[in-house]
Design a protein around this ligand. Structure first.
Ligand code: ZN
Length: 252
């Protein structure tokens, strides 16, 4: 279809494909700003205009070498990635679980010496307030050890910890959920894309939200999107950063 003969219609269609904002498109095509919203909805109901918009969108996608399926797959990958593959909340021994007589359990002798030195160089006033680190619990602490059910400090509940999966261990599908990471005040801060937003966008993209058919759309949504999300390819499991120790390891 060549450009529309009505110049304002053509301008409106071209502006509308930029961001789908009817009011803005009508204004930039020269229609009165006050009634631009009403004008836009009238224009969108004209067959020639709506056909032209579809055509311009197809041209745009062709130039970008992006298909509607590419976009849908991306939304689906974000929407259906399992966040636990990126971030794991684990539970391991506390510092008193496996220390000798449940005294503070050091990782290594060097860790103990560093803590003792930090205490030793405190001012007299501060040192009077902080207990001198003692070696009674011995060394060998690992956060990956299972909690000790006999531990008087944590009652066998252990300590929760957050482990991140190195990004090179994520599949393409899982990595879609990853937005950004940076050093924050309390360590690494990881941001994930909003899965609900992705699913909403996908459902709209596929035309699944229809007023008269809302319930059916919801029931069909899961099955349909899972099919698209998998796209025939299997999703391989990834290794996590930490490994749960066996009971034998704990007994040593
Ligand atoms: Zn404990």
């Amino acid at each position: 279809m060549p450009a529309l003969t009505n110049v304002r219609h053509e301008k409106f269609a071209r502006a509308y494909v930029v961001d789908g904002n009817g009011r803005k498109a009508a204004t930039s095509a020269g229609y009165a700003p006050k009634t631009a919203e009403v004008t836009a909805s009238k224009l969108l109901r004209i067959a020639k205009v709506s056909e032209r918009i579809v055509e311009l969108r197809e041209e745009q996608a062709k130039k970008l070498d992006v298909t509607a399926l590419d976009v849908a797959r991306r939304y689906a990958a974000i929407g259906f990635s399992d966040p636990r593959k990126l971030v794991q909340v684990t539970c391991g021994a506390c510092r008193y679980c496996w220390g000798q007589d449940h005294a503070y359990h050091w990782r290594t002798e060097r860790e103990f010496q560093a803590a003792h030195e930090a205490w030793r160089i405190l001012s007299d006033a501060k040192r009077a307030l902080i207990d001198e680190p003692v070696f009674d619990g011995g060394i060998g602490y690992r956060s990956t050890l299972n909690p000790n059910p006999e531990c008087p400090e944590c009652d066998g509940q252990g300590m929760t910890d957050v482990t991140l999966t190195p990004s090179d261990q994520l599949t393409e599908h899982e990595a879609a959920l990853f937005a950004s990471a940076k050093w924050g005040r309390n360590g690494i801060e990881v941001k994930l894309h909003d899965q609900q937003t992705a699913l909403d966008a996908l459902a709209k993209h596929l035309g699944l939200y229809k007023d008269d058919d809302a319930n059916k759309a919801v029931s069909d949504l899961g099955a349909l999107l899972h099919r698209i999300s998998n796209g025939g390819a299997s999703v391989a499991p990834i290794a996590t950063g930490k490994r749960k120790p066996t009971n034998q390891e704990n007994d040593q």
